[in-house]
Design a protein around this ligand. Structure first.
Ligand code: SAH
Ligand code: SF4
Length: 374
C-alpha cells in the first residue's frame, strides 16, 4: 500500500500516471486529501468510481495514531503521535491573533545532542518519512477546523522546530515542504514556512537551490569555544563557515534576513561580553552581506539539563545591547510551558540508538558560575 501523504503533487501526478490517470486527477485527489482532510476514497465523489476502486486497493492516507493531546491555558495544543517501534513525536499548535503556527517534528529524537535541548538528551532513533512529517499538519489542520468550527484554513505558518534536525532528514523534508507550499495543498507561503537548523551547512546550500523557505539558525553562542560545547555540530561547521552559508542563503531566501535563535542560559551565554562579541561577529559578516534578526529564547528547563533560565532583566539587557547596535531583536514569549510544549521541551518517546548519554557524559561540563560570581 502506498501512503499518499508521502507524495508531493508531482510525485502524486507520476503515481496517477502509472494508474493511467491524467494530472488533473492527481490535483483533484491531492485537494481531497490535503484541503478537505479526506482519508476515505469513497467520499471523493467527483473521481471516477474505477479510480476510487483502484486507489482503495493500492493506496491509503497514512494518518498517525494520536496517543496524547494536551491543551495549555494559553490556547497551545500539543499532540503526541505514535510512529511505531516505541517511538512517538510531538507537534504543537500556537495560536496568536489571526496567525496559527504549527511546530512540526522531522525526526524521532535527534543526533545533534545539544546540551540545552530535551530532544537532544533523548538521542536518535530514526528519520521521519515525508508522510509522517505531512501527517502532523494534515491531522492538526483538519482537527482544528472541526474543533474551532472553522471552514477556512486555521494554520497559516509552519515552523520545522519540533523534534529533530530537519536538514539531517533532507530527502524526506523537501517533498513535505512542497506539499505545505502547494496551492492545492496547504497554501503556506514561503515566508511563513520556516526551517530551523543547528547549522548543517551543505544542506543549507542545497535548500537554497531546491526549496528556499524562511531560514532560522540556532546560534546560541558568539564564539566557537562556547558553541562547540552547546551545539556539538559546531566542531564540524564552525561559526564563520555557518554565517558565510547564511549570507549565501540570502540570495535565494523569501525574506531578506536570517533569523538567529539564541537560547538564553543563565551564566553561560547571557553576559554583556557575549552580547558585545555577537555585535562584533554580526558587524564583520554584515560587511559580506549578512542581514540578520535575533530571537532570544529564554531557556525552557527540563530536569536532566543542569542549566538555568536567564533572568528577565538579563534577557532584557542583552536584547537592549543588540538593539542599540542596530540588530532587530525580539524576545520569544514562552508558550505552552505548562504542558511541556515550549521550545526544547519536546521529548515524545524515543528508542535511542546512539548512546547519547555516554556522549553527553564525556563532554566537558558547561561552566556554570555560582549566582554570586555574576
Ligand atoms: N533542530 C533544529 C530545530 C528544532 S529545535 C534546531 O536546532 O534549530 C528549535 C529551537 O528550539 C532551536 O533554536 C533550539 O535551539 C531551541 N531550543 C532547544 N532546546 C531549548 C530549550 N530547552 N529552551 C529553549 N529553546 C530551546
Ligand atoms: Fe537537535 Fe535542534 Fe535539539 Fe539541537 S536543538 S538537539 S539540533 S532538536
Amino acid at each position: 500500500m502506498v501512503n499518499l501523504l508521502d507524495f508531493d503533487l508531482d510525485a502524486l501526478a507520476a503515481y496517477c500516471e502509472q494508474l493511467g490517470e491524467k494530472r488533473f486527477r492527481a490535483i483533484q485527489l491531492f485537494r481531497w486529501v490535503h484541503q478537505r482532510g479526506a482519508a476515505d476514497f469513497g467520499q471523493m465523489t467527483d473521481l471516477a468510481r474505477s479510480l476510487r476502486e483502484k486507489l482503495a486497493h493500492r493506496a491509503r492516507v497514512g494518518a498517525l495514531p494520536v496517543i496524547g493531546q494536551h491543551a495549555s491555558g494559553d490556547g497551545v495544543i500539543k499532540w503526541l503521535f505514535d510512529v511505531g517501534d516505541g517511538n512517538a513525536v510531538e507537534a504543537v499548535f500556537i495560536p496568536e491573533g489571526e496567525r496559527g503556527t504549527l511546530c512540526v517534528s522531522s525526526q524521532a529524537g535527534c543526533a545533534m545532542a545539544c546540551r540545552f535541548c530535551a530532544t537532544g538528551h533523548q538521542g536518535f532513533s530514526r528519520n521521519l518519512t515525508t508522510g509522517e512529517i505531512v501527517a502532523q499538519l494534515w491531522f492538526a489542520e483538519h482537527f482544528l477546523r472541526r474543533h474551532l468550527g472553522r471552514a477556512e484554513r486555521v494554520i497559516s505558518n509552519v515552523v520545522m522546530m519540533g523534534m529533530g534536525e530537519p536538514l539531517q532528514n533532507y530527502t524526506a523534508l523537501v517533498p513535505a515542504l512542497h506539499t505545505m507550499l502547494s496551492d492545492h495543498g496547504y497554501g503556506i507561503s514561503r515566508r511563513r514556512l520556516t526551517v530551523s537548523t543547528s547549522g548543517v551547512v551543505p544542506m543549507m546550500q542545497r535548500l537554497a537551490q531546491d526549496c528556499p523557505v524562511a531560514l532560522a539558525v540556532s546560534l546560541h553562542a558568539p564564539d566557537d569555544a562556547l558553541r562547540d560545547e552547546l551545539v556539538p555540530l559546531n566542531r564540524k561547521y564552525p561559526i564563520d563557515t555557518l554565517l558565510a552559508a547564511c549570507t549565501g542563503y540570502l540570495a535565494r531566501a523569501p525574506r531578506d534576513f536570517i533569523t538567529f535563535e539564541y537560547c538564553m542560559l543563565d551564566g553561560v551565554n547571557d553576559a554583556p561580553e557575549h552580547a558585545r562579541a555577537l555585535i562584533d561577529l554580526l558587524a564583520r559578516h554584515a560587511r559580506a552581506g549578512l542581514r540578520a534578526k535575533f530571537n532570544l529564547i529564554p531557556f525552557n528547563p527540563f530536569p536532566a539539563s543542569g542549566l538555568r533560565r536567564s533572568g528577565a532583566a538579563r534577557v532584557a539587557a542583552f536584547a537592549r545591547m543588540l538593539g542599540e547596535a542596530g540588530i532587530v531583536t525580539t524576545v520569544r514569549r514562552s508558550r505552552g510551558d505548562d504542558i511541556d510544549a515550549a521550545c526544547g521541551q519536546l521529548a515524545g518517546d524515543v528508542r535511542d540508538r546512539t548512546r547519547v548519554h555516554q556522549r553527553l557524559a564525556r563532554r566537558h561540563p558547561v561552566a556554570l558560575p555560582s549566582a554570586g560570581a555574576l
